[in-house]
Design a protein around this ligand. Structure first.
Ligand code: SOE
Length: 374
C-alpha cells in the first residue's frame, strides 16, 4: 500500500499539530479546508499543500483522501465526522467528539457500523510513563485502589481580555473547562486505573463574568479597552466520582490558575503503593511506597513495560512531551488502518464515553445532586 492521503479540516493551533504528526507518520496531506477561502489559500501555501478545498464537501470528494482530520471548533464535529464516515473515510475527530451525548452516541454507532477507523486524540495516554503506570496497576503492583485524585489546571483564560470560541456555548458546547480539559483527565484516569466512574457530584463556577468580545478564532485575544461580553461557560469546576469498585476520585479543573499552563496531574493510591504523574514533568513517574520509601521511574527505552519502551523514541534525558504523544497517537491511528489496532488507541467509543461523563457532570452541576453515570 502507498502512502495514506489525508485532508486536514480546520487550520488553527491543533490543525497544525495534526499536520506535523501526519507528515511524521508518513502520510501525504492532500489538502486542507479552512474557515475562509483566504485563510485556506494562506495556509495551503505555508504548509506546502497542493489543495485548499473550496469547502468541506470537496475534501470528502477527493479520491486521494483516505483519512479526514476534523480540527474545527466543537459544534462542527458531529456533522463533519458523520459526513466523512458516510463518504467512506477514516476519521480522526478532535475532542469533544460532539457537544451533546446524543450526537456522540450517533457518531460512535455509525463508526462501529462502517468498520472504518475512527479515533479521538486523548493523547495524554501516549506519555510513556503513563503507560508504565497503567502496566503496574494492571499487574497488581499497587494492590486494590484506595483513592484517585488530581487536577487539570491552565491559565490561558486568566486575563478577562482573553477570549476564544471555546468560551461560547454555541460553539464550544454547554460545558467549557470540564469538556475541554476535565474530559482528558477522566479519560486518562479511567484508562490508567482500569476503573470506571459510576456516580458524580460536580459543581461549576464562572469566576470571570465578562470577557473581551472575541475578534476571531485565535487562542487568546487581548483587546485593550475593547467591548466586553458576558460569559456563561464555567472557568473552574470540581467533581467527586465513585468508581464501580467504590473508589473515590476527586478532580479540580481550571483555566484561570496563574502559572499553571497545562498541568494535568493525577495520583492513584493503592494498598501497597501510589503512582503520580504530572504532564508538565512528563519524563518521570513518582512511585510512593510505605516505610519512608519512594522511587522515580525515568522514561526511556531500556526499562519498564513494553508499551513504555515502545513509546520512548528518545533516550533518557532527551525530553519527550506533548508533541511526541500526538505523533504517536496519529501514527497508531494510521497503523490501525493498514494493519493491527495498537494498544490503548482512543476511539469514537472512548469519545462517546467521555461525552456521557461530561453530560452527567453537567447534570450534576445543574441539579446539585449526586448523579449516576449509567
Ligand atoms: C486548550 O484548553 C487545550 O488546547 C485543549 O483544547 C486541549 O485538548 C488540551 O490538550 C490542551 O489545552
Amino acid at each position: 500500500m502507498g502512502k495514506l492521503g489525508v485532508a486536514i479540516v480546520g487550520t488553527g493551533m491543533i490543525g497544525a499539530v495534526h499536520r506535523r504528526a501526519a507528515l511524521l507518520a508518513g502520510a501525504v496531506v492532500r489538502g486542507i479546508s479552512a474557515s475562509s477561502p483566504e485563510r485556506g489559500a494562506e495556509v495551503a501555501e505555508a504548509w506546502d499543500v497542493p489543495r485548499a478545498y473550496r469547502d468541506f464537501s470537496d475534501a470528502l470528494a477527493d479520491p486521494e483522501v483516505q483519512v479526514v482530520h476534523v480540527c474545527t471548533p466543537n459544534h462542527l464535529h458531529r456533522a463533519m465526522a458523520q459526513a466523512a464516515l458516510e463518504a467512506g473515510k477514516h476519521v480522526i475527530c478532535e475532542k469533544p467528539l460532539a457537544t451533546t451525548l446524543q450526537d456522540a452516541e450517533a457518531l460512535s454507532a455509525l463508526a462501529a457500523s462502517t468498520g472504518l477507523v475512527a479515533t479521538v486524540p486523548f493523547v495524554y495516554r501516549y506519555h510513556p510513563v503513563v503507560r508504565e503506570a497503567r502496566a503496574r496497576i494492571a499487574h497488581g503492583d499497587l494492590g486494590p485502589l484506595r483513592l484517585i485524585h488530581g487536577s487539570y489546571l491552565q491559565d490561558w483564560l486568566l486575563d478577562p481580555a482573553s477570549n476564544n470560541w471555546r468560551v461560547d456555548p454555541a460553539l464550544g458546547g454547554a460545558s467549557r473547562v470540564f469538556a475541554d480539559i476535565g474530559s482528558h483527565w477522566c479519560d486518562l484516569v479511567e484508562w490508567v486505573s482500569g476503573e470506571r466512574f459510576v456516580d458524580v457530584s460536580a459543581t461549576f463556577e464562572t469566576v470571570i463574568a465578562h470577557r473581551a468580545a472575541t475578534t476571531g478564532l485565535s487562542f487568546s485575544t487581548p483587546a485593550a479597552g475593547g467591548a466586553m461580553q458576558p460569559v456563561s461557560s464555567e472557568d473552574v469546576a470540581a467533581a467527586l466520582f465513585k468508581t464501580g469498585n467504590g473508589t473515590l476520585a476527586s478532580l479540580t479543573v481550571s483555566q484561570v490558575s496563574a502559572g499553571r499552563r497545562n498541568r494535568l496531574w493525577f495520583e492513584i493510591d493503592g494498598a501497597q503503593a501510589s503512582v503520580a504523574f504530572d504532564q508538565e514533568d512528563s519524563e518521570r513517574l513518582w512511585i510512593g511506597l510505605p516505610n519512608q520509601r519512594e522511587e522515580i521511574f525515568v522514561r526511556g527505552p531500556g526499562a519498564g513495560s513494553a508499551e513504555q519502551r515502545r513509546l520512548s523514541v528518545l533516550p533518557p534525558g532527551h525530553a519527550q512531551g506533548y508533541g511526541n504523544c500526538f505523533d504517536a497517537f496519529v501514527a497508531d491511528t494510521y497503523r490501525a488502518i493498514v494493519a493491527e489496532r495498537p494498544e490503548g488507541l482512543p476511539t469514537f467509543e472512548d469519545g462517546r464515553r467521555s461525552a456521557l461523563i461530561v453530560d452527567r457532570v453537567i447534570a450534576s452541576a445543574r441539579s446539585r445532586a449526586w448523579t449516576p453515570i449509567p
